[in-house]
Design a binder for this molecule. Sequence first.
Ligand SMILES: Cc1cc2nc3c(=O)[nH]c(=O)nc-3n(C[C@H](O)[C@H](O)[C@H](O)COP(=O)(O)OP(=O)(O)OC[C@H]3O[C@@H](n4cnc5c(N)ncnc54)[C@H](O)[C@@H]3O)c2cc1C
Length: 368
Amino acid sequence: MKTTEIIIVGGGLAGLTAARELATSGREVVVFEKQKLPHHKVCGEYLSREVVPYLAQIGVPLEDAPSIDRLVLSSPGGRSLTCQLPLGGIGISRFALDYRLFQAAQKAGVSFVWEAVDSVVHKESGFRVITRGGEWQAEQVLGNWGKRSVLDRVQNRSFFTKSSPWLGIKMHYRATYPSDQVGLYGFKGGYGGLSVTESGAVNFCYLIHKNRFKETPDLEGCTKGLLREHPALHEVLDAAEPLFDKPLGISNIYFGHKGLSANRVLMSGDAAGLIHPLCGNGMAMAIQGGRLQAEVLQEYLNGDLADRELLEANYSNAWQKEFRTRLWIGERLQNVLVSPSGLNLGIRLGARVPFLPRAVIRKTHGTL
Ligand SMILES: Cc1cc2nc3c(=O)[nH]c(=O)nc-3n(C[C@H](O)[C@H](O)[C@H](O)COP(=O)(O)OP(=O)(O)OC[C@H]3O[C@@H](n4cnc5c(N)ncnc54)[C@H](O)[C@@H]3O)c2cc1C
């Protein structure tokens, strides 16, 4: 059996950030990631500027990512609202961002094993981690395995059996779109985002309720149907050249409460809780959550926290304090965006009270 000090399950933004932070503090860290990097992921790829200074400080290059300062909200009936984003963000693909963060983690001394973890068991002596390739022993394990994993079932996390009716679908296109703008396009049963990434590709990523998706033949047919339905999307993407063989899709996306630890494993990123994508804040939350997780674990390992109960309680309090309000507001906004009448009303209200959209956006983000 192989041994190490800390195992992190999941090499996405939360896992890579926590791994880099812990390795920088001199800890021995092994990340298990089931899919070798780089690869594309379903994501709107709008990264809130609040984490850009941190990424720059740890040496993640972002100069090629376009700066995004404007939001256009658009309804299928043709109404739209434009507003300047209070903090703004950048357009960067997950293919590039995760890989660059992986390189920073590797440089800090993190080791990587490209295998799926099948189970994690906590014992008096530490953790037993069973992977496709064998068995490991670690003093600590962090759970950063994203939205949904076989490990959620194995760990008996109660959300796993709850209804999670949302699908996410993404495609990159060669198309013309303003690089300083992110577009949010609402439609019945879902909404999509358009933005330009560092490669120049236009990313179209949308969330759709499974009942709406069932009306369509497949991922491609669903996307084509939406372009017919939404004139503003049609205008940008109808003649655009798709850059993937077929769209990427994920299902069973759950936005409810998940819990911040299970069987002594501390969670961060989407494994802890997913903010509604319309907020454009999930990536920043994953990076900030990974930092927070590493910081609290460090306090425990340094002997500053009396026991594991205190470790878990402190982490939970810190996480809730940082993210609870964003999650709550995101949920309310999503209800408006997926209903065409709600969206029209929101656009009319936003046009009459121009400070309102910026005030709401501020509440769904952190600060610089
Ligand atoms: C449709 C949609 C659009 C979005 N758009 C945006 C946006 O524009 N801006 C934004 O900021 N956020 C957006 N988000 C949210 C954002 O994508 C997530 O919050 C972010 O990816 C979370 O990072 P993470 O590290 O927690 O998870 P992930 O990036 O999913 O990483 C988890 C990793 O764990 C690995 N893994 C899982 N199980 C195992 C296992 N058993 N063993 C080993 N490895 C495992 C996976 O392969 C994966 O690489 C969007 C989300 C959706 C659904």
